[in-house]
Design a protein around this ligand. Structure first.
Ligand code: 4NP
Length: 156
């Protein structure tokens, strides 16, 4: 049986802080592992469509060797459940919003990102938007741990 190549979508609220960082961390980890996978990110809200990631997110990713400055915000849609095999919400409210727009009978795996990380199951990646840049470092650590776990899972 031929398996469909994985396609992974990361989803937060604005698609300018957490999910672009998750996308960047996973792109780097997948590339390092030689994994062939489609990768994207989106927001459940329409606030930042077409915008580049938050400068604090771009700077934090750069400190860790990942370039996310070319990403542009877009809103998640029902079509994403057909286009992606794995959809990961960064927190529980975004997971609930995705469940609301999911078309019936879709075949995608929908879950919480930190469910991938042993000991962090059920937890949210905190929104760093209202804090300082140190919060973005915490976000990077969290999305990187999830990225490593996902690469390991998809490489098996
Ligand atoms: P994100 O962060 O969901 O991680 O991209 C936010 C970005 C923008 C807003 C909230 C969170 N906002 O209210 O505009």
């Amino acid at each position: 049986m031929t398996m469909r190549e994985p396609a992974v979508l990361f989803v937060c609220l604005g698609n300018i802080c957490r999910s672009p960082m998750a996308e960047g961390a996973f792109r780097a980890a997948a590339e390092a592992a030689g994994l062939t996978v489609t990768i994207d990110s989106a927001g459940t809200a329409d606030y930042h469509i077409g915008e580049a990631p938050d400068l604090r997110a771009i700077r934090t990713a750069r400190r860790h060797g990942a370039e996310i400055g070319g990403y542009r915000g877009r809103q998640a849609s029902a079509q994403d459940f057909h286009d992606f095999t794995h959809i990961f919400a960064l927190d529980l409210s975004n997971l609930a919003n995705l469940e609301r727009i999911a078309p019936s009978g879709h075949g995608a795996h929908l879950g919480l990102l930190l469910d991938l990380v042993t000991g962090r199951e059920g937890q949210a990646v905190a929104d760093p938007w209202y804090g300082d840049e140190a919060g973005f470092e915490v976000t990077w650590d969290e999305v990187s741990a999830a990225a490593r776990a996902l690469v390991a899972q998809l490489s098996r």
